[in-house]
Ligand binder design. Structure first.
Ligand code: MN
Length: 204
C-alpha cells in the first residue's frame, strides 16, 4: 500500500441527486465539493506548514496550529463517515438488524427510544456540530455522542459507527433554519448496512 502523506476528498458512493428528495443535488454538491473540500485543503495546508517548520526548524504558534488542525482533520474525517452512512432512499431499511440492532435495543430499551434520543442530540447541538452513534470497547455500550464543532465533547478512543452533520451548511438550502426537519429527513437516507458493517468489524 502506498503511503499517503496528505488528505484527499473522497468520492461519494452515489450521485449528487440520489438522496433526493431528502437532500437535494444542490445541497449535497455544495456540501461535498465546497465545505468538505475546504477541510481537506485546510488540513493539508497545516501539514505542509508543519513539514516546512520541521524541515527548516522554524518557530510556529503550536497552540493555534494544532487547534486549527483539529478542526480541519475532524471536519474531513467526520464528513467521510457521513457520506458513507447515507444512501438512496429507495433502498433504505427503517432500522438495523443483526448484532447492531440487538446492541441498540439492549442499551436504549428499543430502537424507537434510540431514534428519539439521537434526534434530540442532533437537534440540540449548540451552534454547529454533529450527532454520532459511537461504541465503547471497554463497556460494550453503543452511546450517543454530541459533538460541538468537529472536535469538542468527543469521547477519546470511542469508535464512531454513524454520524449526522448538523452544521447549517448541511441543510440550509433544503430546510432553511429548520434543523429538526432535516434531522427527521435523515432517517430516510440513513444507510444501516454501512453502520452495521462498521459495528461487525469492531467485534471481530
Ligand atoms: Mn458539513
Amino acid at each position: 500500500m502506498e503511503f499517503q502523506k496528505f488528505y484527499t476528498l473522497p468520492k461519494l458512493p452515489y450521485d449528487y441527486r440520489d438522496l433526493e428528495p431528502f437532500m437535494s443535488e444542490e445541497q449535497l454538491r455544495i456540501h461535498h465539493t465546497k465545505h468538505h473540500q475546504a477541510y481537506v485543503n485546510g488540513a493539508n495546508n497545516i501539514l505542509q506548514k508543519l513539514d516546512k517548520a520541521h524541515k527548516e526548524n522554524l518557530d510556529i504558534d503550536i497552540k493555534a496550529t494544532l487547534k486549527e488542525l483539529s478542526w480541519n482533520i475532524g471536519g474531513h474525517l467526520l464528513h467521510t463517515l457521513f457520506w458513507e452512512n447515507m444512501k438512496p432512499p429507495s433502498t433504505v431499511v427503517g432500522k438495523p438488524g443483526g448484532l447492531l440492532g440487538d446492541a441498540i435495543e439492549k442499551e436504549f430499551g428499543s430502537f424507537e427510544r434510540f431514534k428519539k434520543e439521537f434526534s434530540q442530540a442532533a437537534i440540540s447541538v449548540e451552534g454547529s456540530g454533529w450527532a454520532a452513534l459511537t461504541y465503547c470497547m471497554q463497556t460494550s455500550r453503543p452511546l450517543i455522542m454530541q459533538v460541538e464543532k468537529h472536535n469538542t465533547n468527543v469521547y477519546p478512543m470511542f469508535r464512531i459507527l454513524m454520524v449526522l452533520d448538523v452544521f447549517e451548511h448541511a441543510y440550509y438550502i433544503d430546510y432553511k433554519n429548520d434543523r429538526a426537519k432535516f434531522v427527521e429527513s435523515f432517517w430516510n437516507i440513513l444507510n444501516w448496512d454501512t453502520v452495521a458493517k462498521r459495528f461487525d468489524e469492531l467485534l471481530k
